[in-house]
Design a binder for this molecule. Structure first.
Ligand code: KG4
Ligand code: ZN
Length: 352
């Protein structure tokens, strides 16, 4: 089998990213990855969609050129283009999508629209090409929290998802309450390490049964404790620790339940919150002797184009193609979702 170069493009939120993935005899090898994180949103305490689109527009060209240069190839050596089509901010997605369509049309190369969460699922493959389904996947990002049984690539059984806030969103909102900059996940984890474990006993929502998550009650409990604190500066570490212990315990418990119920021997954590080392260590400890825990490096877990190239390459290799009518979408189930939660049929990103 000949080797192929796939360009990945990701602009679903506030990272402008491009990557070159080389597929050799079916094995992926990352040749370059450029990620430009937009700093402009920091002062607003969250992503401002219009500003995100403008930043993507300004930087997408140079980011793609840099990825090509670092991989040591030119546009003519590309064999396919994979781009995030959603879910995400429509204006932001549109920039990457239009750029990818322009390239695909101009170069006469195949185009593939990728579901952002499928990208997160593929991230660990970039470092461990032996990772193969079946496995249980805990997808925890700023916008999503899902527990999946990955029966095969492209066959995803949704076990449960959040009823309200995403896990990363809970980290970010609690971070704001504690006076930390957005996005606050990493800072909350660090602050929690300095805090006392038994000072605050926050609720563990829905921990007893099922696979569904809910984090808004936990967030409100932290808000109340922050308001009741006579000296927030002195209590910040303990508050962070109380929150951190609660959310990690819920995520670990539900994932362990999914592993026990499915009998899978591998569990992966994906998405930005997978950068949390306390979470990975706690799950590894909980599943010791039952299942191995797979987590990609931090730069592959937060939003990046390498994971989009990996997911897209898998579909391109199977002959799937998107056509130039591909539109961005703000929300849609994973392609190949086996059991949705009554939210319509799985979306198809490719033409028949
Ligand atoms: O996957 P991602 O980069 O973007 C989305 O698709 O949403 O995830 C970003 C989220 C943010 O909410 C951020 O606070 C969180 O991942 N995050 C963390 C950590 N590092 C990033 N949350 C907890 N602990 C961390 N170490
Ligand atoms: Zn993401």
């Amino acid at each position: 089998m000949a080797s192929r170069n796939i360009l990945g493009i990701e602009t679903s939120c506030d990272e402008t990213s491009a990557a070159i993935l080389r597929i050799d005899e079916g094995q992926p090898a990352l040749r370059s990855l450029v990620i430009l994180s937009q700093d402009i949103h920091r002062v607003f305490g969250g992503v401002v969609p219009e500003l995100a689109s403008r930043e993507h527009l300004r930087t997408i060209g140079p980011v793609v050129e840099r990825a090509l240069a670092e991989a040591g190839i030119g546009l003519s050596q590309l064999d396919g283009i994979a781009v995030t089509a959603g879910p995400g901010l429509i204006g932001a997605l549109l920039v990457g999508l239009m750029y990818a369509k322009g390239l695909a049309f101009g170069l006469e190369k195949p185009l593939l629209g990728v579901h952002h969460l499928e990208g997160h699922l593929f991230a660990p493959v970039l470092e461990d090409p032996t990772l193969e389904p079946p496995f249980v996947a805990l997808l925890v990002s700023g916008g999503h929290t899902q527990l999946l049984d990955v029966e095969g690539w492209g066959r995803y059984r949704l076990l449960g998802e959040t009823q309200d806030d995403a896990a990363g969103e809970a980290f970010d909102k609690v971070g704001t309450l504690l006076g930390l900059d957005y996005p606050a996940g990493a800072a909350v984890e660090k602050l929690a390490r300095e805090g006392k474990p038994d000072r605050y006993d926050f609720p563990r929502p829905m921990i007893r049964e099922g696979y569904a998550f809910s984090f808004s009650g936990l967030k409100t409990a932290v808000l109340r404790a922050v308001r009741a604190s006579p000296d927030l500066e002195a209590d910040r570490g303990d508050l962070a620790r109380g929150f951190h212990d609660a959310i990690v315990e819920v995520l670990v418990e539900k994932t362990a339940r999914a592993v026990a119920d499915t009998g899978r021997t591998t569990a992966m954590i994906g998405g930005g919150v997978a950068c949390n080392r306390t979470l990975a260590a706690a799950l590894t400890e909980r599943l010791r002797g039952t299942a191995r825990v797979v987590v990609a490096s931090p730069r592959l877990n937060t939003d990046n184009a390498a994971m989009i190239a990996a997911a897209g390459a898998w579909r391109l290799e199977r002959g799937e193609r998107s056509d130039l009518s591909l539109e961005p979408f703000d929300s849609a189930p994973l392609p190949g979702l086996i059991h949705g939660l009554g939210r319509g049929r799985p979306i198809t990103l490719t033409s028949p």
